[in-house]
Design a protein around this ligand. Structure first.
Ligand code: ACO
Length: 403
């Protein structure tokens, strides 16, 4: 029944590309990836330079406005973000409707979607100023909502933002401070998490970003679009991979077992794969993985855990795999998820918060891509075609005549 010739005649062209592996859905000036060379640029700047020399809010400014800020612009931007970190007081009551054992990503999908019910004054997407306020609100409120989701899951009271702290220190404090007790943010952890946020800020048209664009193409408000992105990110093939990599390292347990697991990964009859290895786009070392590995060492050194058995397993696994014919031939290198789970666990985050942290960082990428799409004069509602493979036309049979 599939008449490709007819479809071609109707549309002028028809491509069938499951998973969109070779179809560009948009033009973008935000992020560039060269998967063969292992290059990642945000607005033209190498990820290495941004992570080593800048901070996360500077990356946010760069993503939104296209240039690095001057000192005055940076101070103004930091101030604007800081002023929006609080969430509406009624959100507290909204949270208490959830079960305590709800997955924090379920809470994030719902609470971020609910922002559009609280902030109607920034949902008119035709108004440039409202679009900017919505963007700033999203970046500012995500850490607050993420920390609230965490605190709620462990039965502790919410900790309000303390806005004389920098963005990431503020987030750590909202997660770990307890009322009536002193809490000092560890600057090494704050710096490490800030870098992790920079590394995850955008990655061009991945599944969640494409979801945000598709949702936004119908004119939906930005809070609803970001909620759609969070729902997509939740999947284990996307944001959940670092959790899977950590579980694998724990299962391997000690360096002596690494060889056995590498052999399993190479066995065609065994579905096991090395989690944190391979990438759809990178056919070289993921540049974020190199930086992530450094951050892991910094955090473990600070904790005095240089001999962490998980790190030993990870290093051993990486060394063996990088010299193995199978991995070389298939161009399988560690990706960002290989080391991030160890780091976040060492910093005290439970595994079900890992994807939430990813969502906090990726919000700026989502919102910058959403804004770019809205401002694009070529923008149309996203409406993929399909290749119909169902039955040909047939006649309705009354129920009493069906055999
Ligand atoms: N371990 C063992 N073999 C692997 C692995 C792996 N991690 N990844 C790919 N391969 C093999 C496949 O079996 C396949 O072999 P074949 O050619 O003999 O059939 C070949 O390499 C190509 O694999 P595909 O799945 O076709 O490659 P694709 O580009 O579609 O997949 C993916 C990339 C999904 C990331 C894959 O490498 C994988 O499953 N990795 C483990 C999960 C993971 O780490 N995901 C995180 C990705 S990064 C992120 O989301 C931020």
């Amino acid at each position: 029944v599939v008449d490709i010739g007819k479809l071609y005649a109707q549309t002028g062209a028809f491509t069938f590309d499951p998973g969109f592996t070779s179809t560009a859905s948009c033009e973008s000036k935000i992020t560039y990836i060269d998967g063969d060379e292992g290059v990642l640029l945000y607005r033209g700047y190498p990820i290495e330079q941004l992570a080593e020399q800048g901070d996360f809010l500077e990356t946010c400014y760069l993503m939104l406005f296209g240039t690095l800020p001057t000192e005055a612009q940076k101070a103004d931007f930091d101030y604007r973000v800081t002023r929006h970190t609080m969430v509406h007081d009624q959100m507290n009551r909204f949270f208490t409707g959830f079960r305590r054992d709800a997955h924090p990503m379920a809470v994030m999908v719902a609470s971020v979607g609910a922002l559009s019910a609280f902030y109607h004054d920034s949902t008119d997407i035709t108004d440039e100023n409202q679009r900017l306020i919505a963007s700033i609100r999203m970046i500012a409120k995500m850490p607050t909502l993420a920390a609230m989701a965490y605190k709620y899951s462990i039965g502790q009271p919410f900790v309000y933002p303390k806005n004389d702290l920098d963005y990431t220190s503020n987030f750590l404090r909202m997660c770990y401070a307890v009322p009536c007790e002193e809490y000092e943010v560890n600057p090494i952890f704050a710096k490490a998490l800030d870098k992790i946020f920079i590394l995850h800020a955008d990655h061009e048209q991945n599944a969640s970003t494409s979801t945000v664009r598709l949702a936004g193409s119908s004119g939906a408000n930005p809070f609803a679009c970001i909620a759609a992105g969070i729902a997509c990110l939740w999947g284990p093939a996307h944001g959940g991979a670092n959790e899977a990599a950590l579980k694998m390292l724990m299962e391997i347990g000690k360096p002596e077992n690494v060889g056995k697991y590498v052999a399993k990964a190479k066995d065609k009859n065994d579905p096991f794969r090395l989690m944190g290895f391979g990438h759809r786009v990178y056919k070289n070392y993921d540049p974020r993985a190199r930086l992530m590995q450094k951050v892991t060492h910094e955090v473990l050194k600070e904790l005095g855990h240089q001999d962490d058995p998980l790190l030993e397993v990870a290093v051993q696994l990486e060394q063996i795999a990088l010299k193995d014919e199978y991995f070389i031939e298939k161009k399988l290198y560690p990706n960002i998820d290989f080391y991030s789970g160890i780091t976040l666990k060492a910093m005290g985050f439970p595994t079900d918060m890992f994807t939430v942290l990813f969502a906090v960082a990726r919000t700026v990428g989502w919102i910058a891509q959403w804004a770019e799409m809205i401002e694009d004069p070529m923008q149309k509602i996203g409406r993929p075609r399909q290749l119909y493979v169902g039955p040909a036309q047939r006649d309705y049979v009354p129920i009493n005549s069906r055999g």
